[in-house]
Design a protein around this ligand. Structure first.
Ligand code: 5GP
Length: 207
């Protein structure tokens, strides 16, 4: 039997500083998965070492607002004073080609995707504790104390929204978090409601 399944859209969300970026980077480096990583647009200034088109597409507020107007974004949100959003065209084409796509986005954006594409798989990456999250934000050394405080306040609100997700993955150790995500993706590909209709259709063609 030969059929092509549409790729899965995986939304990895959770509080700032929980390690979404680290987990995504590590997943990206593994060659044995079919995951493609969406590059977001943002109005945030690049951090040291960040590369245009690899980490983000860096935009002015005017450019970003034009993208919103032209409906070029699947979702977008304002987070601690900057816009972030997912370019829709690339996501659509990649899913249609049968590859899985992972979005690493904050919670407001995840809720917008859920409204539009409820069949996507929603993963909440959770910190082992809020204290640990605080330590990680300070350890990263990229934000001022005021911004860290704002990010922690947002994190507290975000954790309350966990109920809307399909899975909660605790990021106690990156390797373990990655194993859990890979197991979830494998299981989702085997879900009856995703594959049964494809099998039935393919059988009709064979018999
Ligand atoms: P950072 O400034 O640390 O790179 O990202 C800040 C937050 O924005 C993180 O929680 C990150 O996951 C989120 N983010 C990154 N890209 C997007 C996006 O395209 N859409 C939304 N809604 N959030 C994003």
């Amino acid at each position: 039997m030969n059929f092509k399944e549409r790729g899965l859209l995986i939304v990895l969300s959770g509080p700032s500083g929980v390690g979404k970026g680290t987990v995504c980077r590590a997943l990206r480096e593994e060659e044995d998965n079919n995951l493609q990583y969406s590059v977001s647009a943002t109005t945030r200034k690049p951090r040291e070492g960040e590369v245009e088109g690899v980490h983000y597409f860096f935009k002015s507020r005017e450019e970003f607002e034009r993208m919103i107007e032209q409906k070029e974004l699947l979702e977008h949100a304002e987070f601690v004073g900057n816009y972030y959003g997912t370019p829709v065209e690339w996501v659509r084409e990649t899913l249609e080609s049968g590859q899985d796509v992972i979005l690493e986005i904050e919670v407001q954006g995840a809720f917008q995707v859920k409204e539009l594409l409820p069949e996507a798989v929603f993963l909440f990456l959770a910190p082992p504790s809020l204290q640990e999250l605080r330590n990680r934000l300070i350890g990263r050394g990229t934000e001022s104390e005021e911004v860290i405080k704002q990010r922690l306040l947002v994190a507290r609100e975000e954790i309350e929204l966990m109920d809307a997700y399909d899975y909660v993955v605790t990021n106690d150790e990156v390797d373990k978090a990655i194993d859990r995500i890979k197991a979830i993706v494998t299981a989702e590909h085997c879900k009856r409601e995703r594959v049964a209709s494809l099998y039935k259709k393919a059988m009709m063609e064979v018999i």
